[in-house]
Design a protein around this ligand. Structure first.
Ligand SMILES: C=C(O[C@@H]1C=C(C(=O)O)C=C[C@H]1O)C(=O)O
Length: 132
């Protein structure tokens, strides 16, 4: 159990990765209770952001699926490196302006574009009605 006495904080605990929020500690210590209350609020905000991100991702994949079908019909390759480079530069700027570590945005873009290209390849091979 985390020692949340006056002389200790979470960073000095050696079981930081196993410690769950503890209602009994919150009842016994007003400082813990305050932290738990704020964490609960913040988690609500995190849930809202996660829901928005997932909804936006679904929207993005709808657009890219349409691009994939059009590319396959027109005989274009699934990948467009120039477009990817322009996106990377633009999103880097967005991340920096938003105060986000650009490596987080780079990981996101890498993941999502790789998945889109995999689906485009699938569409190109199996056809637009394949459920890729
Ligand atoms: C969606 C496209 O296809 C691929 C996927 C991209 C993406 O997910 O943003 C960008 C470029 C392409 O490599 C596209 O060409 O616009």
């Amino acid at each position: 159990m985390t020692d949340f006495s006056e002389t200790s904080d979470v960073s000095s605990s050696d079981d930081w990765c196993n410690t769950a929020i503890d209602d009994a500690q919150a009842r016994a210590n007003p400082r813990v209770a305050q932290a738990v209350e704020r964490i609960t609020e913040l988690r609500q905000s995190i849930d809202n952001v996660d829901a928005a991100i997932v909804s936006l991702l679904a929207e993005r994949f709808k657009y890219t699926a349409e691009v994939g079908k059009l590319k396959a019909q027109a005989g274009f390759a699934p990948e467009d490196r120039e477009r990817e480079q322009r996106q990377a530069a633009r999103l880097n700027e967005v991340a920096v302006n938003a105060g986000l570590d650009p490596s987080v945005e780079e990981h996101y873009l890498q993941f999502v574009v790789t998945e889109v290209k995999r689906r485009h390849q699938c569409i190109a091979r199996a056809g637009a009605k394949s459920g890729c």
